[in-house]
Design a protein around this ligand. Structure first.
Ligand SMILES: Nc1ncnc2c1ncn2[C@@H]1O[C@H](COP(=O)(O)OP(=O)(O)OP(=O)(O)O)[C@@H](O)[C@H]1O
Length: 199
């Protein structure tokens, strides 16, 4: 599979263009990084690739076909604020039930304990909650992950544990990952190439 953004142009309302004639290509099994100064458009690009924003110019395709607008999306976005990404009125079991086809192996790989499933989101630490958001993004339908500062808020050990699990699962499933981060060392460790959005 091949996720591609071609000649992307994007601006919010009628303000200045954030992206113009921008091209990006991510193949299955590939892990690439995206870096650039604050406000240059990294999150916006991630949202475009995951279908949350529609570019005014250019297009995003998956194997040369426009991204689907219904059903479970093959490009899943994970951001740095898990607390904003789950319904506070749902227990964790229900949060995961949103994903119909989720391997139990994923929960084990991510170190999600059975007991956590009966808790409310505010009864989990940030790292524990992020593990759920990562698991939720890894249904069998997922082909690409956009990891937008996915572990920025977490301590080094939790960061390493989550990334090790995600790398292993992605390798097994041949998923592609776009890693958006300010951390050069993390990008160097994970990615085969890094795109600098400021250039
Ligand atoms: N919903 C919005 N409406 C209007 N402007 C927005 C909106 N979201 C983001 N912007 C603006 O678009 C620009 C790009 O924002 P974006 O969040 O994509 O940058 P970023 O590179 O991810 O930044 P950071 O590294 O700080 O997370 C910024 O100037 C921001 O203020």
């Amino acid at each position: 599979m091949h996720l591609e953004g071609r000649n992307i142009g994007f601006r919010y309302n009628k303000s200045d263009w954030i992206l113009r004639n921008f091209n990006i290509s991510l193949k299955e099994g590939e892990v690439i990084g995206l870096i650039g100064p604050s406000g240059c458009g990294k999150t916006t690009l991630g949202r475009i690739l995951a279908g949350y924003e529609i570019p005014q110019e250019g297009k995003v395709t998956l194997d040369n076909i426009p991204l689907p607008t219904t059903g479970i999306h093959p490009v899943q976005l994970i951001n740095q604020h898990p607390e904003k990404a789950v319904n506070p009125r749902w227990k964790m079991k229900k949060v995961l039930d949103e994903v119909k086809e989720l391997d139990e192996d994923i929960l084990i790989a991510l170190g999600i304990e059975k007991e956590w499933l009966n808790r409310w989101p505010n009864e989990l630490s940030g790292g524990e909650l992020q593990r759920f958001c990562v698991a939720r993004a890894l249904s069998v339908h997922t082909k690409f992950i956009i990891a937008d500062e996915m572990t920025t808020m977490l301590d080094a050990i939790t960061q390493a544990q989550i990334w090790n699990s995600v790398q292993e699962i992605a390798k097994k499933r041949n998923m592609g990952i776009l890693v958006i981060s300010h951390e050069h060392n993390l990008l160097k460790r994970l990615c085969c190439r890094v795109i600098d959005l400021s250039i």
